[in-house]
Ligand binder design. Sequence first.
Ligand SMILES: Cc1cc2nc3c(=O)[nH]c(=O)nc-3n(C[C@H](O)[C@H](O)[C@H](O)COP(=O)(O)OP(=O)(O)OC[C@H]3O[C@@H](n4cnc5c(N)ncnc54)[C@H](O)[C@@H]3O)c2cc1C
Length: 295
Amino acid sequence: MKPAPFEYIAPQSLAEALDVMDQYGYDAKLLAGGQSLIPVMNFRLAQPAVIVDLNGVSELARLSANGDGGLHIGAMVRHSQLEHSPTVAAKAPLVAETMPHVAHPQIRNRGTIGGSLAHADPAAELPAIMVALQARFRLQRMGGERWVHAVDFYQALFTTALEPEEILVEIVVPPLPAHTGYAFHEVARRHGDFAQAGAAALVTLDKRGVCREARLVYLNVGNIPVQTQEAAAALVGATPTPDLIKAAAQTAAQKEIDPAGDIHASADYKRHLAAVLGQRALQQAVTRAKESWAS
Ligand SMILES: Cc1cc2nc3c(=O)[nH]c(=O)nc-3n(C[C@H](O)[C@H](O)[C@H](O)COP(=O)(O)OP(=O)(O)OC[C@H]3O[C@@H](n4cnc5c(N)ncnc54)[C@H](O)[C@@H]3O)c2cc1C
């Protein structure tokens, strides 16, 4: 199928893009990598009157580490850049390690972090990873900006805190506490397919091996990324033994998610995956945190 007719505007600066969005708002759609928007338009599930192409806005393609150890990622940074950048590997290794799970190399060459986060597909990896990393998003409109925490950005299925005139311009990933281990695990029918479910874990250990902080976030077991509370809390203040980790992941799978079945996996199977993947992710994160004390 072909998309419905639309007007095409290609701003060459962020100021110009904000001006266009201010003018067209709800009638406009931003074009980033086009890997989700174009198929949706071809199926006529979206029929925007105006396409605002961000590919000429070089301010949005910057990636840098700042003085406090955080990582600043422009919305137009491509998935492949996140995958291969030494800066990302050093500052946010969870991101670098997750990227090979996102689609295929051709799609990663075009797809952008901003596009993935704004599209808010519950099966996408980056939204869940950004919630796990407690990232903050900078949303800009003509004459103003606001910061939103990743966890507050996701509101419902394919629905975010973005207003029609706003552009997601930057993502800031704060540094992790010292001696934090990380891990991401997912199950997909074929490598590169959207995951049936996935889990990201971060665990901070003190030098006696006691857990000081734990985060466990799931993708594709709900309409938005699911940040567990009870499962993570069960580890804090304790020595995370394999039995404790297994019990925490079971708690998450049985009490903290409410997956709906889809054509790729039943609700029961997703619950099973959540227990297995949560356990794997937490265990690997604990192992890495321990290794950080040994090195
Ligand atoms: C075959 C296939 C397999 C895929 N598999 C996976 C997978 O396994 N995991 C995964 O996570 N993704 C997967 N994807 C999606 C891919 O990662 C896309 O790159 C991503 O979802 C959208 O990014 P994009 O840059 O292409 O955005 P676009 O398609 O250009 O835009 C997506 C949406 O975000 C909006 N938008 C874009 N940029 C901004 C911005 N800066 N501010 C506000 N709104 C904005 C657009 O208006 C649009 O509504 C797959 C895609 C395909 C085609």
